[in-house]
Design a protein around this ligand. Structure first.
Ligand code: AMP
Ligand code: GLY
Length: 438
């Protein structure tokens, strides 16, 4: 396979990280992101394009408009479409792209319900015998009260539907738990899971599956895990504290039974199955499934992938994953620190200027990945979202990667932004674990 041309649908840090990984793969002739962001548009200009780089109508794409995605893929002569975010997947974009005869990496609408509905995911896990928190599906105040009584505090109340990483409330405050349930309408209330959390991503073509490196995400907005839940404030990989059999256990007990059950139901899952896990004192439990690359874990993981991303995602999209061997990884560690706009995960402050070295080119092994950035009318880089940038650094170990990432953040001038200062700190200092047997 040479000369693969790829269209990545989406506009965040995950999509920029995918494009950077495709750009490192000699088998990929071009990878464009639409609607994209200033980071991906800049990279597109250096990529080959049938339309000529300045002519690319990338920014105007509506990811929910299947006909427009297919038309853009044709115009770019893309033979692989990769769908980044969950909303278009849940809305059926992958079905439309495949119906047009294009290879597509991402699950069908029916399979994307694993993320689209927490209750659907619970049903599939129950059918497949996958370990997860005990839970109740509640649509009335009476059911909510009964479920809160059953489990006791801390209460875990989850919006059944998509909520951009902000639908989950974990609280000791019963009134707050009831209020969140009332705001959401339909919720899943579940038992509290202790222990460290892990994200394991698996590529699957509906039958075979292969894991990426495990990563850890930092969900809370503030240092030390304080503050509200977010989409993720940073991530690192690999996990020096995790048991050696983590990936194999998760594949055997979570990913493979889920993939098999989805096939049995007549809705095979092809794409990336993201298992959010808690390593509890009673063993491994699934916290959630997502149906796409995690953000910001992807930004940390992909720089360590040695196997070409194009070949791998095309094999998954076309039912040939079993023809690839295990993925090859570089040694060392990698982390991503999110710079968010003040106010996030509430309404973020928009328009704040961002200046400094490395905003468009890597400097000293640090890659700045664009997530929620824009160019103002004078062409200056400004904040235009909640999570604005990911500062991604590698190193021989986590200490080295952390030093690099935080040194690069010191060089940035983004006064309306903030970050967590403790991404990967406990792991780097050897302060996580030991964990109970999986
Ligand atoms: P989710 O969107 O389901 O991943 O939930 C977001 C975050 O809420 C998770 O990463 C956990 O930090 C927390 N969380 C979710 N479910 C539970 C649970 N059952 N027990 C403890 N924390 C949870
Ligand atoms: N990092 C969490 C997510 O992608 O949902």
């Amino acid at each position: 396979m040479t000369g693969l041309r790829v269209l990545v649908v989406g506009s965040g840090g995950r999509e920029h990280a995918l494009q950077l990984a495709f750009a490192r793969d000699p088998a990929v002739a071009a990878a464009h992101v639409a609607p994209g962001n200033p980071g991906t548009w800049r990279l597109s200009q250096s990529q080959d394009s049938p339309a000529g780089p300045s002519q690319l109508p990338l920014a105007d794409l509506d990811p929910l408009d299947g006909a427009a995605v297919v038309a853009l893929a044709r115009r770019l002569e893309a033979s692989l479409v990769v769908i980044g975010p969950e909303a278009p997947l849940v809305a059926g974009l992958a079905d439309e792209v495949r119906a047009a005869g294009l290879a597509c990496f991402g699950p069908s609408a029916a399979a994307a319900q694993l993320e689209g509905s927490k209750q659907f995911a619970k049903e599939v896990m129950a059918e497949a015998g996958v370990p997860t928190a005990a839970s109740f599906y509640c649509t009335t105040a009476e059911q909510v009260v009964a479920a809160l009584d059953e489990f006791g505090p801390p209460y875990v109340v989850k919006n059944d539907g998509l909520a951009a990483g902000k639908g989950v409330l974990v609280t000791g405050d019963r009134q707050a738990a009831r209020a969140h349930a009332a705001d959401c309408g339909a919720v899943v209330i579940e038992e509290f899971l202790d222990g460290p959390e892990v994200s394991l991503f698996a590529l699957t073509d509906g039958t075979s599956a292969t894991p990426l490196l495990p990563a850890q995400d930092f969900k809370r907005a503030g240092d030390g895990g304080q503050g509200p839940n977010t989409g993720g404030m940073g991530a690192y990989t690999p996990l020096p504290w995790a048991p050696d059999n983590l990936a194999s256990e998760v594949m055997t007990r979570v990913i493979e039974p889920t993939v098999a059950q989805m096939a049995r139901r007549g809705t095979p899952f092809s794409g990336l199955l993201y298992a959010g896990l808690a390593l509890t004192s009673r063993g491994l439990r699934v916290v959630e499934f997502n149906v796409r690359f995690g953000d910001p874990e992807t930004q940390a993981i992909l720089p360590l992938l040695e196997t070409g991303l194009g070949e791998v995602l095309l094999a998954a999209a076309t039912g040939r994953l079993d023809t690839l061997g295990p993925l090859a990884w570089r040694p060392g560690a990698s982390l991503a620190v999110v710079m968010a706009a003040a106010g996030y995960p509430g309404p973020p402050r928009q328009g704040g200027r961002i200046e400094g070295p490395g905003l468009f080119e890597p400097v000293d092994g640090v890659q700045i990945v664009h997530a929620g950035t824009a160019l103002d009318s004078a062409g200056r880089l400004v904040a235009a979202g909640g999570r604005v940038l990911d500062v991604v650094a590698g190193g021989a170990d986590l200490q080295a990667a952390r030093r690099r990432a935080y040194a690069a953040i010191e060089q940035l001038n983004f006064p309306t932004g903030f970050c967590r200062h403790d991404i990967a700190q406990l792991a780097a200092e050897g302060q996580i674990g030991p964990v109970a047997p999986l």
